[in-house]
Design a protein around this ligand. Structure first.
Ligand SMILES: C[S@@+](CC[C@H](N)C(=O)[O-])C[C@H]1O[C@@H](n2cnc3c(N)ncnc32)[C@H](O)[C@@H]1O
Length: 434
């Protein structure tokens, strides 16, 4: 029997944002269902179903604001009230830290970016019979849905989509598939395109005209699936961005925190986690520094020794950091972690690892004995894994801030402060009171 229907009582929301029903033994993940609801559901795969009717709705259920929600793969939780969404994400982070072995302080601070503030998005490009579509994947499919509406993307980027579709339709270098990553820098939209065939000279002229007409300082391009550094196709003005007064020339496709509100919430939480009184000579080691989102605000409080694995980001950070208190090292921290002994004398370690977490680097953090470890995480599961090593090494959790900058997604970001009291010959070195 294809796609059998059943009635399910939903126990809770799972970490992917699906409702989880356990009444049949093995968990069934039910798309579009919320904790506490009873729904009619249709099986769509092993252990997976989609809600077809809500029989008893949760008080937190709302009408999704976007008419594309049930098709588009971009958002997963628009049917959940935003305050309830933030409280669910706060719970995910709290559970991760408890699972790691910590007592979680009461009153976790939590902030959420408003709709239409997302300033970076990776979109898919498809040529169809009626021209090119720039959009997101249909949920669970390779098909691409045109973003005729989007409640997360910042308007300066959303308004570019229609002209971008029109211009890509004219490119010979786009046969069938490609992608468009857009970043809103201080200087304006920065676009990185990929396509499945080389661009011809006329394509380059067309893209340059588009850039001029639409106020796009830079467009870069690479062959779809290629590994070469992207080629700048047109640069009508310098692509620049600034962090705490340091002006950078970021590489194309650079990592930016998803929203400006998210960036500020993260840097504020990191700075608040530093000891209140820091001597000018204090040294903070920063791991996974990117182009310096956190490094430059930090450098106003301490000397920063920054490590990053992407050579282009390192080049950008080095140039912008010249004359500031930021020392930059290129290092793959998976292959060659900073060793515990090399943190000696540091007042704090700040780390902001990728989604997979800190891997081999986490073990060195745990045995470093550095009194303050400030962990910026975009993945509660990886946080739990890494934080367990800190708990086992005697670190205590002092503060947590949850940042929801991927509104309506299941992603939860956080900044946690772990501290350790170090025994010295003169007695315990206690973190100064705030
Ligand atoms: C979440 S981003 C944070 C960047 C920066 N802290 C920011 O807020 O803009 C993670 C960073 O880790 C870097 N990274 C990923 N894997 C790495 C590795 N194995 N070694 C060093 N850096 C790595 C990425 O290039 C990226 O810049």
């Amino acid at each position: 029997m294809a796609n059998p229907s059943f009635t399910a009582r939903i126990d809770s929301l799972g970490i992917e944002g699906d409702g989880v029903s356990r009444e049949r033994g093995a968990p069934v993940h039910v798309r579009y269902a919320l904790g506490g609801e009873t729904v009619s559901a249709r099986t769509i795969g092993r252990g997976r179903a989609t809600a077809t009717e809500i029989l008893s709705p949760s008080p937190d259920r709302v009408v999704p604001p976007c008419s594309l929600f049930f098709e588009c793969g971009g958002c997963v939780l628009q049917h959940l009230d935003r305050a309830a969404l933030l409280s669910w994400k706060t719970g995910l982070v709290g559970d991760a830290l408890r699972n790691a072995g910590f007592t979680v302080p009461a009153g976790i601070k939590a902030t959420q970016s408003p709709p239409r503030t997302r300033r970076r998005m990776d979109m898919a490009v498809r040529r169809g019979p009626d021209g090119v579509i720039v959009g997101l994947h249909v949920r669970g499919s390779d098909e691409v849905i045109a973003l005729t509406e989007c409640h997360v993307l910042i308007p300066q980027l959303f308004t570019l989509i229609a002209p971008l579709q029109a211009v890509l339709t004219r490119l010979q270098g786009l046969r069938r598939i490609g992608s468009a990553s857009v970043n809103l820098l201080d200087s304006g939209p920065d676009i990185l395109l990929s396509s499945d065939a080389p661009l011809v000279p006329r394509d380059r002229t067309i893209l340059a005209e588009f850039a001029l007409t639409n106020g796009v300082p830079r467009i870069a391009w690479q062959l779809e699936g290629g590994r070469a550094v992207p080629e700048t196709i047109c640069s009508i003005a310098p692509a620049t961005h600034s962090f705490s007064g340091a002006t950078l020339s970021p590489p194309t496709g650079t990592f930016l925190q998803a929203t400006i509100e998210g960036e500020h919430a993260i840097t504020d939480a990191v700075l608040a986690a530093l000891p209140a009184r820091l001597p000018r000579s204090a040294r903070v080691v920063e791991l996974y520094a990117g182009c310096g989102t956190i490094s430059f605000p930090l450098s106003e409080r301490a000397r920063v020794i920054a490590y990053e694995g992407n050579p282009l980001s390192v080049g950008c950070l080095r140039t912008a950091g010249a004359g500031r208190r930021v020392e930059v090292h290129l290092r793959d921290l998976n292959r060659q972690p900073v060793m515990a002994r090399d943190f000696a004398g540091a007042t704090a370690i700040v780390l902001d690892p990728p989604h997979s977490g800190a891997g081999a680097q986490a073990r060195e953090l745990a045995t470093s004995g550095v009194p303050n470890i400030i962990y910026v995480s975009c993945n509660p599961t990886a946080l739990a894994q890494d934080a367990k090593l800190l708990a086992d090494a005697g670190y205590k959790l002092q503060q947590v801030t949850v940042i929801d900058q991927f509104l309506w997604s299941a992603r939860a970001e956080s900044v946690s402060l772990f501290t350790k009291t170090i025994a010295t010959r003169r007695g315990p070195l206690v973190r100064p009171p705030r």
